[in-house]
Design a protein around this ligand. Structure first.
Ligand code: BG6
Length: 500
């Protein structure tokens, strides 16, 4: 196991939602598993004036009340009130950091985590630098930032340039929490730890690839943010493109940050650029409308708090595209994501080509199915392979059957939350599961023509779909020569009864 050096974690935006819901629980879990460095301390930074004790009390609300170890965990937390936009306050922060480091023996190693609104991504690093906090003497300084990394190609480039004024690329840790998911990492293991998949993982054997990330929730309390983002910026440019990178990449030479990140960059470099005329046919956008789900009336997107009542923001997105390289020549990739769909599910479906000759296709009752490999990211994490098997009895009728593996069956192992893995990796200086600036820009470059076409051509429709359905019907027509898989909550429940 890698060793983790003593260090201090400084969280900007310490009273924010992400800190409470994700970071603190992840840190606590690492603490319980004795994976945190020793010595270690967390300094929460936010505008509100709070004492260390008050910050600990507030934080305790997000931890299990009956856990005896909570108290010792809370003892590692400290708080500093700071107007993050005021450069003259940063010497105070520097002083506090020095005090904590001296008192707790955390050395000169510091991670700064920007759990703040994105507009501060350009501000805080500059002020850290002006206070000399971006460089260390023999220790390390790392900066974690959360998506969105820009809102389009131009702003993403600008953000990278700004960050690089103050920090080097190898100090920057850009989080895409999808890469922290066990099952997303398992895409690499499935492909490259098994001899049976790689020989068929190409255009000779794969007919098309489908990636779905569906959510049953709507925009909840985030209407204001979401209305300026939409599904494309919220899910596609980042999470779904990262999944595409892992599914489509060449085998990396070694499992190391640069080797893996180089391979996913190459995938992005090979994406066939979309022309303005492609957008109306290859991209479908939709928005959920009021409907009844399980007997309950639910509102439409435009009635959500914080959303413009005439909004044309997409809550559903589906796209067909190609990767123009040796491996994927001619293989369509389909991705889709949406809010207020029938269930929460993320999965990759590899559709293999049919046999060259349909030997058993004579029966109308049974059809020779295509083989599918389904990599279930969440929930009911696992893998499912769909095969055709003989129906017992007379003749040679073929019926699709499922071979499946569920992570839950590895009962001795719990799936760590994405943030646990990512925080620990950063503490250990491992950037493999973090995004490099060049890949972020490439992913933006690919989706930018869609944003441009939507802006330049308001006639491109935003299709309505009733909340609780699989999006606009027109999205079905994107998949030529096949159809989307309509997954259920449980990996292998399909075809018949399906619990949503
Ligand atoms: C976030 C998006 O990045 O990912 C949310 O901003 C979305 O809108 C979430 O709900 C989905 O993440 P997960 O881990 O629940 O699939």
């Amino acid at each position: 196991m890698q060793t983790t050096q003593p260090q201090l974690l400084v969280i900007f935006g310490a009273s924010g939602d992400l800190t409470k819901r994700k970071l603190i629980p992840a840190l606590f879990e690492l603490f319980r598993r004795q994976l945190l460095p020793a010595p270690f301390a967390v300094l929460g930074v936010s505008r509100t004036a709070l004492s260390d004790a008050a910050f600990r009390e507030k934080t305790a609300e997000f931890l299990p009340a009956d856990e005896p170890s909570v108290r010792s965990f809370l003892d590692m937390l400290f708080y500093q009130a700071l107007s993050t936009e005021a450069p003259d306050e940063y010497p105070v922060l520097r002083e506090r950091i020095a005090q904590l480091a001296a008192r707790h023996g955390t050395g000169d190693n510091i991670i700064f985590y920007l759990s703040t609104p994105p507009k501060l991504y350009a501000v805080i690093p500059a002020h850290l630098a002006s206070a000399g906090l971006n460089r260390s003497n023999g220790g390390f300084r790392r900066l974690i930032i959360e998506k969105p990394f820009g809102t389009d190609l131009q702003s993403a480039r600008q953000l990278n340039r700004t960050l690089l004024n103050w920090f080097d690329e190898d100090q920057l840790y850009r989080i895409d929490h999808y890469l922290g998911k066990e099952t997303v990492q398992n895409v690499l293991v499935t492909r490259f730890a098994n001899g049976i998949f790689e020989p068929v993982w190409n255009h000779n054997f794969i007919h098309h690839v489908e990636i779905t990330s569906a959510e049953s929730l709507g925009v909840e309390e985030r209407g204001g943010y979401y209305d300026s983002a939409g599904a494309m910026r919220d899910m596609v440019q980042n999470h779904l493109m990262q999944l595409v990178g892992l599914v489509a990449m060449e085998p990396p030479v070694v499992i190391e940050a640069d080797a893996i990140r180089n391979e996913s960059l190459k995938v992005f470099q090979s994406l066939r650029p979309l022309q303005p005329t492609d957008v109306p046919v290859s991209v479908i956008r939709g928005q959920y409308m009021a409907s009844r789900i399980k007997g309950q009336q639910v509102c439409g997107y435009r009635q959500e708090a914080g959303v413009n009542p005439a909004s044309r923001t997409e809550t559903f997105f589906a796209m067909k595209f190609f990767i123009d390289n040796w491996r994927w020549s001619g293989v369509p990739f389909y991705i889709r994501t949406g809010k207020k769909l029938p269930t929460r599910v993320t999965e990759v479906v590899i559709h293999f080509r049919r046999t060259p000759h349909l030997l058993f296709a004579h029966s109308s009752q049974y059809q020779q199915p295509d083989n599918q490999l389904i990599i279930r990211i969440q929930p009911d994490e696992g893998i499912l392979l769909k095969l055709g098997m003989k129906v017992p009895g007379a003749g040679f009728n073929v019926q699709p059957v499922n071979l499946n593996f569920h992570y839950a069956d590895m009962s001795h192992e719990r799936l760590p939350a994405a943030y646990e893995r990512l925080l620990l990796d950063c503490m250990q200086g491992d950037a493999t599961l973090y995004l490099r600036g060049d890949a972020v820009e490439k992913a933006w470059e690919f989706v930018q023509p869609v944003l441009d076409a939507w802006q330049d051509n308001p006639d491109i429709p935003v299709y309505g779909y009733p909340a609780g359905t699989w999006g606009p019907e027109v999205a079905d027509r994107l998949v030529t020569d096949g159809h989307w898989r309509y997954p259920c909550k449980n990996l292998s429940d399909d075809g018949n009864y399906c619990e949503l």
